[in-house]
Design a protein around this ligand. Structure first.
Ligand SMILES: NC(=O)c1ccc[n+]([C@@H]2O[C@H](COP(=O)([O-])OP(=O)(O)OC[C@H]3O[C@@H](n4cnc5c(N)ncnc54)[C@H](O)[C@@H]3O)[C@@H](O)[C@H]2O)c1
Length: 354
């Protein structure tokens, strides 16, 4: 069901606090949750941790530093044990999808509320989706228990995002919007957020490339990322997210870069099957065609454009195509293993989508 006369839309019960300096509101947000001793889960950013310890004192029961991409089961178990030992009554996750993902793994078991402070554009903070990896297998699921109760977006925290992560992370967020526009559960409300998300992310990030210190552009891009996270959290995704999941999880490639490289090629594959979505994407990017517009944006952001550049082995393309087609998923254009092998080869070479 996907027109303006009849549709379903489900909003998620969380609170967003947005703005430069909003990290300073952390104490009052902890008050709202009734938290006295939280476990802080954070990527290794010493200056930030020192600052928070000074500001929050005893309200931080402990700091857990070991977040790793895709939440390995052993790390989740360690964090869960630490939360129990220090009798945490809340979880504060500061970082990208990895730190927030780890907090979700703890919340899944304990039910503790999460305050998320995202420092990338990945979008996990706005979703009830969790993932835990045991061996080479990543198990994922949806549970409202893991949806952060409060999300504090402070664009100044994205200031030191490394160049290698910045553009790729933004393209990761744009991918949520692109697939949200043609997802099975797409609806006029989520589509409004998706189109606006692409526009804000693209405009904001182009501005950041011109002037990395400009906080207005930083705010614009992070607002786009917030919208993208909402889209990811409320409508299902399609082929692009499936392929990214397979390449990231089974071939140990960097999550955001995989999204950035695949996106123009998946858009090209789906172009004729989702013309309305493509028109909205092209319009938001100010481009003639969506696939080329996405590719050009990746080039502007200096993101790698070839799987070959990020450590994928050509010999693994067959296996990747096999894994991606092992189970059925929704996509506006049906596909088989040969289609996916061809798509992956174009992404491996980094050819512009034609
Ligand atoms: N569950 C969901 O809804 C969801 C959504 C999106 C992504 N994810 C997951 O998130 C993970 C990827 O997250 P990511 O792309 O945000 O990367 P990440 O969290 O793995 O961060 C990458 C690296 O950058 C560092 N970093 C993060 N922000 C920084 C900043 N502002 N300045 C300096 N360094 C910074 C981190 O400490 C880390 O070393 C994957 O495991 C993915 O599956 C989950």
């Amino acid at each position: 069901m996907n027109d303006k006369r009849s549709f379903f839309y489900e909003s998620l019960p969380n609170r967003v606090v947005f703005g430069v300096g909003s990290l300073q509101r952390l104490p009052e947000e902890l008050d709202r949750l009734g938290s006295q001793q939280a476990l802080l889960l954070v990527g290794s950013r010493k200056a930030l941790i020192d600052d928070l310890m000074q500001r929050l004192g005893r309200r931080i029961a402990e700091v857990f530093l070991d977040s790793v991409m895709h939440v390995p089961f052993e790390v989740a178990q360690k964090a869960r044990a630490r939360a129990g030992q220090c009798r945490a009554d809340a979880l504060i996750a500061i970082g990208g999808g990895s730190a927030i993902g780890l907090a979700k793994a703890v919340a899944l078991e304990s039910g503790l509320p999460i305050v998320a402070v995202p420092t990338t554009y990945a979008g996990s903070e706005m979703t009830p989706i969790w993932g835990i990896t045991a061996g080479a297998v990543k198990q994922t699921g949806r549970d409202l228990k893991v949806l952060p109760k409060v999300v504090l977006y402070d664009p100044s925290l994205t200031m030191d995002m490394p160049q290698s992560l910045f553009g790729a992370s933004g393209m990761n967020a744009i991918a949520h919007c692109v697939e949200g526009l043609y997802a099975e559960k797409a609806n006029p409300i989520s589509s409004l957020m998706a189109a606006e998300g692409i526009r804000r992310l693209a405009d904001g990030m182009r501005g950041i490339v011109r002037d990395p210190q400009d906080l207005d552009h930083r705010s614009e891009a992070q607002y786009g990322a917030c919208l993208a996270g909402m889209v990811l959290g409320t409508v299902g995704m399609a082929l692009h997210h499936k392929l990214s999941h397979v390449l990231g999880g089974s071939f140990n490639l960097p999550h955001a870069a995989v999204h950035a490289i695949l996106l123009p090629h998946v858009a090209q594959f789906n172009a004729d099957a989702a013309p309305n979505a493509m028109a909205k994407i092209a319009d938001a990017l100010n481009a003639d065609r969506a696939p080329q517009g996405l590719y050009d944006l990746a080039v502007t952001l200096k993101v790698p454009t070839a799987l070959n550049d990020i450590g994928m082995h050509k010999a693994d393309l067959d296996r990747a195509a096999e894994l991606a087609t092992a189970s059925e998923i929704f996509n506006p254009r049906p596909f088989n293993r040969r289609d996916i092998r061809r798509l992956l080869e174009a992404a491996y070479d980094g050819r512009p989508p034609l």
